[in-house]
Design a protein around this ligand. Structure first.
Ligand code: LHQ
Length: 261
């Protein structure tokens, strides 16, 4: 499949999706949102893909909505429809993808670019990364799921601070707040991200997909409901070949060889 706004490459069970509008710091236009969803759909469909990495070309991850598209949006569409058809669909696709997503945040992640990074399952930050909740800086409210994801990651007070001040958060501060999983020297980001991804891609893919489902759905459940949901999902995981291999390898005192089935 060919893309105009992305570079897309699959190797060793890992799908690497690179936002490719560096002249605009990889700002999202409609096409880039659409193509990212398409690439994620492909990752969902192909069993050989067992992990996805999202990153940006050049020195940025993504600066969020392409602000040069705003005039057009105001005339042809409402902002809420743009969100419903665009970012809401993209973030929902990321959350529902039954495979782990690693965001390799190689530079600035602002606005919806931050929202997309927050919807990944693992965030690795280059030492040069900056995180900006840029929405109120242009008179908008936070979107792309960030009112839901950000407070859960860093707590309500810090999320409110990021939203109201719009101030850039450095990679090191992001790490200390729990916004990212690891900070990596800039020139090592991609090799380290690929190592993470290959490790996740050799894991029990079905159990990973169910884990995402369990974690996200627990957020809207009581403890009793979450316990029941875990039991139901465990019944599915318990029928996989990877579960049998996991137990067998433990008993045989060797590393498991998961196939993702
Ligand atoms: C850009 C952008 C950009 C176009 C840099 N667009 N060109 C969506 C729609 C519907 C409803 C509401 O919500 C949303 C979600 C959102 O994402 S809203 C938030 C949108 N994003 C922003 O407000 C961030 C705008 N960008 C910036 O504040 C700065 O560019 C940051 C802080 C990201 C980076 O600053 P610098 O490193 O100083 O870079 P720069 O500003 O010099 O940008 C470099 C170039 O990229 C420049 O172009 P030029 O031709 O002058 O070299 C910028 O115009 C362009 N660019 N972001 N979002």
């Amino acid at each position: 499949m060919s893309y105009k706004t992305l570079r897309h490459h699959t190797e060793h069970h890992v799908s690497l999706i690179t936002f490719n509008r560096p002249e605009k710091l990889n700002a999202f236009n409609k096409l880039m949102i659409k193509e990212t969803i398409k690439a994620l759909d492909e990752a969902a469909r192909l069993t050989r893909i067992r992990c996805v990495v999202l990153t940006g070309d050049g020195n940025s991850f993504s600066s969020g909505q392409d602000l040069t598209e705003f005039g057009d949006l105001a005339v042809t569409n409402s902002l809420e429809n743009h969100l419903r058809q665009g970012y809401n669909a993209l973030v929902s696709r990321m959350i529902s993808l039954e495979k782990p997503i690693v965001a390799a945040v190689n530079g600035v992640a602002a606005g919806a670019g931050l929202g997309v990074a927050l919807a990944a399952d693992i965030r690795l930050a280059s030492s040069r990364a900056r995180f900006i909740h840029a929405f109120t800086r242009i008179g908008l409210v936070p979107d792309s799921g960030s009112t839901w994801t950000l407070p859960r990651l860093i707590g309500f007070g810090r999320a409110m601070e990021m939203a109201l001040t719009g101030k850039p958060i450095s990679a090191d501060l992001a790490l200390s707040w729990g916004l990212v999983n690891e900070v990596i020297p800039h020139d090592q980001l991609m090799p380290v991200a690929i190592t993470w991804a290959q490790s996740l891609a050799s894991g029990p893919t079905v159990a990973f997909g169910l884990t995402k489902q369990a974690m996200y759905s627990a957020n809207r459940m009581t403890i009793e409901e979450a316990l029941e949901n875990e039991a139901e999902l465990q019944a599915i995981a318990g029928k996989t070949a990877d579960f049998r291999e996991g137990v067998r390898s433990f008993l045989e005192k060797r590393k498991p060889k998961f196939t993702g089935e």
